[in-house]
Design a protein around this ligand. Structure first.
Ligand code: URA
Length: 238
């Protein structure tokens, strides 16, 4: 059973708030009867009409994209830049789960399933995110320890659960570092490295939870398997 305003919002007809107005204004019928009670619960076999039009429930879709550089993690952009949803061949109203910066590449999930998206993003799910960062400069053990011990960002202490120095190039003065975090603050990885004195030149997310992009070229995507969706749902209420 789901709340009526949620069902309307998820069908893409109106925002949750607009859906509430539609209900209050008597524009919504369930099984032919006008319902003006907010929070009225419906199930998947109930017929929901908005302005006398039956709403169609979209089938749930789930994708893993290897996001290229120069694409916005959004469903639309006011400056008309390319957005990630344009890369997926579907007519469903999918949206990205969380975000990667314009210049960040790698693993990004997209779906039209709000419950799935919430599970992935909720802090209690504690989803591991593994990034590969190319830094300007040579990072030392002391700075790596600072990242592991915790950095204060937005008044929150965030820690890297793992930091692996993959490569150091003394001639170009660059370091390649794999860093694992659990939160998803804005520009978190770049800001963590900035706070120990390093500019991130390139950033790619190699993995989010169980989803890595080893077998996807830049811009390629695949549908998640039912088993993978089930694994994410198994994290619910944990
Ligand atoms: N951290 C960043 O700084 N940028 C991203 O895109 C993702 C994580």
């Amino acid at each position: 059973m789901e709340r009526l305003q949620k069902v309307i919002a998820e069908a893409g007809i109106a925002s949750r708030r607009k859906a509430e107005e539609l209900i209050k204004n008597g524009k919504v019928k369930v099984n032919g009867e006008v319902i003006t009670t907010l929070g009225f619960k419906v199930n998947s076999s109930d017929r929901v009409e908005v302005n006398d039009k039956l709403i169609e429930k979209e089938a749930k879709e789930y994708y893993l994209l290897n996001k290229p550089r120069g694409v916005i993690t959004s469903t639309s952009d006011d400056k008309d830049r390319k957005v990630v949803t344009e890369l997926i061949d579907t007519t469903s109203r999918i949206y990205p789960v969380g975000r990667l910066d314009y210049d960040t590449t790698g693993a990004l999930l997209l779906t039209n399933d709000g419950v799935f998206a919430n599970i992935v993003m909720h802090p209690s799910t504690n989803m591991e995110k593994v990034y590969l960062a190319k830094l300007e400069g040579i990072i030392k053990g002391e700075q790596i320890n600072k990242l592991k011990n915790g950095i204060k960002l937005d008044n929150k202490l965030v820690k890297a659960s793992r930091v692996k120095l993959k490569k150091v190039d003394n001639t170009t003065n660059k370091s390649l570092v794999e860093i694992t975090i659990h939160e998803g603050l804005n520009h978190q990885v770049k800001r963590m490295f900035e706070s120990v004195g390093f500019h991130v030149e390139k950033l790619t997310r190699e993995r989010i939870g169980i989803f890595d992009v080893k077998n996807l070229k830049s811009g390629e995507y695949r549908r998640l398997t039912p088993k993978e969706v089930q694994i994410i749902y198994s994290y619910k209420d944990k």
